[in-house]
Design a protein around this ligand. Structure first.
Ligand SMILES: *[C@@H]1O[C@H](CO)[C@@H](O)[C@H](O)[C@H]1NC(C)=O
Ligand SMILES: *[C@@H]1O[C@H](CO)[C@@H](O)[C@H](O)[C@H]1NC(C)=O
Length: 354
C-alpha cells in the first residue's frame, strides 16, 4: 500500500483551526448528544471523563493512510460508546443478569464504567474532530447488537474487543509512522495506555492476572474493521463506505483451543471454492511474534460452508493472551499481521487464553 501526502488538504487545513462538525444532518443517536454533542453536553462528558479533549491543533497535514486510521478509530470508538452505554443502562435498570447483591460493588462498577464511557466518547470526538479539521466527513454511528445477556459475558466481550483495539492501535501508530504523521502518534499512544488501564480492570473482574502478556498481540486495521462489523445491524451504518478498508469473510471459532497444544475447530463460507482448488492454511498471530502457520484439515463441506480443524501449537510458542486466526491459501512465510490480512480468505477468528 502507498501512503500519499495530501498536499491540497494540508493547504486547506492550515486555514481552519478544528472546524466544527456540522450538526444539522447527523442524527444524535448515542448518549450525550453523540456524535455531535452541544458545547454544554461536551462539558458534562469532560466532567465524567475526568479530563478534556486535547486542546492543541492537529498537525497541518496528514497522509492518506493517516485519514484511514482516524476513520477506523472513530468507527471503533462509536461501537465502544454504544456498548458501554447499553451496559450501564442494563446495570442501572437492574436488568436480570446485571444485578449486584452488594451495593458497594454496584456503585464501584458503575463509577468505573461511567468514566470509561465518557472517555470513549472523547476518543470518538477527537478522531472525528481531526477528520473535520482535514475537511473529511466524520464517521457516523451504526446500530449495534451485542451477543451478551449478563454482566459476566458483557465484561468478557469488553475485554476481548479491548484486546483487539490494543492490537489495532499498534497498527495505527505504525501506519502513522509510515505516512509521516508523527504529529498524531502521541495522542494515539495515550489512548493505548488508557485502553490498557481498562483492560487490567476487566481482567481483574474475571479473576485473571491484570497484565495479559509482556508484549500485547498485534493486529491489522482490516481485522478490526471486520471484527467490529459482527456487532453491527446489517446496512445500519450511514457512511461505512467511506472507510477504505476490507471486510473479510468471517471465521467462526466453533471450538477454541486451550492452554495446551491441541486442535482448533472453525467454520467459514468458502464462496470461491478455495478448499477444493487449493491447500489451505491456518495462520495465528500472537504477541509480537512472526505469524505461525499450520495446515488446515477440512472436515466437512456443505453447500459453501466448510468446517475445518488445525493444530494450535500452544506449547511451542507459549500462545497466551489474544490470538487472531486466519485461513489463507498460501503457506507464507508471513512476516507480519499486514501480510496475513492481505492473504486472508476467512478471518479473523479471535480468542484469548489466560
Ligand atoms: C446540535 O443540535 C442540537 C439539537 O438537535 C443542539 O441542541 C446542539 O446544541 C447542537 N450542537 C452543536 C455543536 O451545535
Ligand atoms: C443489555 O440487556 C439486554 C437484555 O438482556 C441484552 O439483550 C443486551 O445484549 C445487553 N447489553 C449489554 C451491553 O450488556
Amino acid at each position: 500500500m502507498r501512503f500519499v501526502h495530501l498536499a491540497i488538504l494540508s493547504g486547506l487545513a492550515c486555514l481552519s483551526f478544528a472546524a466544527p462538525i456540522t450538526n444539522s444532518t447527523i442524527p444524535r443517536i448515542l448518549p450525550d448528544g453523540l456524535p455531535v454533542p452541544s458545547p454544554s453536553e461536551l462539558e458534562l462528558i469532560e466532567d465524567r471523563a475526568h479530563g478534556t479533549l486535547p486542546n492543541g491543533p492537529p498537525p497541518p497535514s496528514i497522509s492518506e493512510g493517516g485519514l484511514t486510521n482516524l476513520k477506523l478509530v472513530a468507527f471503533n470508538e462509536l461501537f465502544e460508546v454504544a456498548f458501554f452505554h447499553e451496559l450501564i443502562t442494563n446495570i442501572t435498570d437492574k436488568v436480570l443478569g446485571y444485578r449486584f447483591s452488594n451495593e458497594d460493588d454496584y456503585y464501584f462498577v458503575l463509577r468505573g464504567l461511567k468514566a470509561i464511557l465518557a472517555q470513549e466518547e472523547l476518543h470518538v470526538l477527537d478522531a472525528n474532530n481531526a477528520l473535520a479539521h482535514f475537511g473529511i466527513d466524520p464517521i457516523e454511528p451504526c446500530k449495534y447488537d451485542f451477543p451478551v445477556q449478563d454482566f459476566d459475558s458483557a465484561i468478557l466481550l469488553a475485554s476481548t474487543f479491548t484486546d483487539v483495539v490494543l492490537g489495532t492501535l499498534q497498527d495505527v501508530v505504525e501506519r502513522f509512522a509510515i505516512g509521516g504523521d508523527f504529529g498524531l502518534s502521541r495522542v494515539v499512544s495515550s489512548i493505548i495506555g488508557q485502553e490498557g488501564e481498562q483492560q487490567g480492570w476487566f481482567r481483574i473482574m474475571q479473576g485473571k492476572v491484570p497484565s495479559e502478556l509482556p508484549f500485547l498481540t498485534t493486529s491489522d486495521l482490516n481485522f478490526a474493521f471486520t471484527a467490529i462489523q459482527s456487532f453491527i445491524v446489517p446496512n445500519s451504518c450511514p457512511n461505512i463506505g467511506s472507510i477504505p478498508l476490507e471486510t473479510l469473510e468471517p471465521l467462526n471459532v466453533i471450538r477454541p483451543p486451550t492452554a495446551k497444544t491441541g486442535n482448533i475447530m472453525v467454520s467459514f463460507f468458502d464462496h470461491h471454492h478455495e478448499t477444493i482448488e487449493s491447500i489451505l492454511w491456518m495462520v495465528y498471530i500472537n504477541q509480537q511474534n512472526v505469524p505461525v502457520v499450520e495446515p488446515l484439515h477440512v472436515i466437512s463441506r456443505e453447500d459453501n460452508e466448510v468446517v475445518a480443524e488445525a493444530l494450535f501449537p500452544w506449547d511451542a510458542y507459549q500462545m497466551n493472551g489474544l490470538t487472531f486466526a486466519a485461513v489463507t491459501a498460501t503457506e507464507g512465510p508471513f512476516t507480519n499481521a499486514y501480510t496475513v490480512a492481505k492473504a486472508t480468505i476467512a478471518g479473523p477468528g479471535i480468542f484469548v487464553i489466560n
